[in-house]
Design a protein around this ligand. Structure first.
Ligand code: FEO
Length: 389
């Protein structure tokens, strides 16, 4: 599958993976991208998860058409990309690994039985590698998403290989230009995988901003060839933790449905008070947490509605708040609804967890309902609707 005359896509789909990183639902699968640059010397850009090692090696062997690869460029050691490094080294014993100085020690950590003597070229910022007509320029991208990550600019075809950056969930099914995963699955990938690392992403965007980039080749999802400003602009916004919508996310965790009823009532009140405002309801008990995390970052405002549980907070809400906190959630307006039949405790825990996040504007009043929402709760609910918008 040609990207340019000399650059081919040799990645593979994984459509029977249950959970990405053993934690995120990927109903549409995921792709492990890999690229081949055919020149006087031949370079492979990254390997793939060992789950698809055989398919990748077969695809590569076919694309090589009898040639031997000189280099395997390893931009990221995480096993969804680095998992087949040893298998490729065994297949092609003359091939060298080209990777960052920080990644080199990790090779032994992951593949202790492999002999790396004289087979590793460790590169640093700005180093180049000529393949003939093509020259690879290495740009360090620490913490996008691990410390050893680098990206690679191919100077002749002006192609930027971006490791996890600009990746999406979703298999490609042979269509490397299928952009349906953008922006939703790219956003879900970004916030859940790289979300904590906004500053490093900003630093990388500044560095690559000086380059003439004609296409972006990530390690998951489609190759980007047009409107690059749009995709780079979204990455800039996401890594600044800026909202895309001034709408309201109402995220609820309801044990028996009564807290859910209150959440839906609030949504109706917001829409009545501010017609046209985007309001999105998410049932945290029945939605993959990665979707809820991405929506929390997309929206500028959020109301949390949760049941009390064991003297604390119902666990799906606890899990959600923990997730957004570790991903760096900040700078948002947040309202609260708690439910408790005898000693409401959800509000206290939600406040404590929100206090660990930066620049959260907690709006009043917090609404406390007792078992079910009553007509007497309506004034407080309306006040919360007004306050959040
Ligand atoms: Fe797609 Fe950080 O691995």
């Amino acid at each position: 599958m040609n990207i340019t005359k000399d650059i081919q896509y040799v990645g593979v789909d994984d459509t029977d993976i249950d959970l990405f990183e053993s934690q995120y639902a990927v109903p549409e699968g995921v792709s492990y991208n890999s690229y081949l640059i055919l020149d006087d010397e031949v370079a492979i850009m990254d390997s793939v998860d060992r789950r698809r090692c055989d398919a990748w090696l077969a695809r590569l062997t076919d694309a090589l058409a009898g040639r031997e690869p000189h280099y395997l460029v390893v931009q990221h050691m995480e096993p969804d990309h680095g998992g087949s490094i040893a298998a490729a080294m065994e297949r092609w014993p003359e091939m060298k690994i080209v990777t960052s100085v920080k990644a080199a020690p990790m090779l032994k950590q992951f593949f202790g039985a492999m002999d790396f003597t004289d087979r590793v070229i460790a590169v640093k910022e700005g180093d180049t590698l000529s393949l003939g007509r093509h020259t690879l320029q290495f740009i360090m991208a620490p913490m996008v998403h691990w410390p050893e990550v680098m990206v690679t600019y191919e100077q002749t075809d002006k192609t930027l290989f971006t490791a996890d950056g600009f990746g999406t969930f979703g298999a490609l099914h042979g269509n490397i230009n299928d952009l349906r995963a953008w922006p939703d699955e790219a956003r879900r990938y970004y916030y859940n995988i790289c979300g904590k690392y906004g500053q490093p992403v900003q630093a990388l965007l500044k560095k690559v901003g000086a380059l003439d980039v004609q296409r972006i080749c990530p390690l998951h999802g489609p190759v980007l060839t047009e409107d690059l400003g749009y995709y780079i602009g979204l990455y800039d916004k996401w890594s600044r933790y800026e909202a895309e919508s001034e709408g309201v996310l109402i995220a609820y965790a309801s044990i028996h449905g009564n807290t859910a009823t209150a959440a839906h009532a609030l949504a109706a009140m917001i829409q009545q008070q501010a017609e046209g405002t985007e309001v999105k309801l998410i049932d945290l008990c029945r939605t993959d947490v990665s979707v809820a995390v991405a929506e929390a970052f997309r929206m500028g405002r959020m109301v949390l509605a949760a049941s009390s549980y064991d003297g604390g907070l119902f666990t799906p809400m606890y899990e959600f708040l923990h997730r957004i906190q570790i991903k760096g959630y900040k700078g948002r307006r947040v309202g609260l609804i708690e439910n408790g039949s005898w000693a409401p405790s959800a509000g206290r825990v939600m406040k404590e967890m929100l206090a660990a996040m930066k620049d959260i504007d907690l709006v009043e009043p917090m609404v406390t309902i007792r078992s079910t929402m009553q007509p007497t709760d309506e004034p407080a609910m309306k006040a919360l609707a007004e306050a959040i918008i």
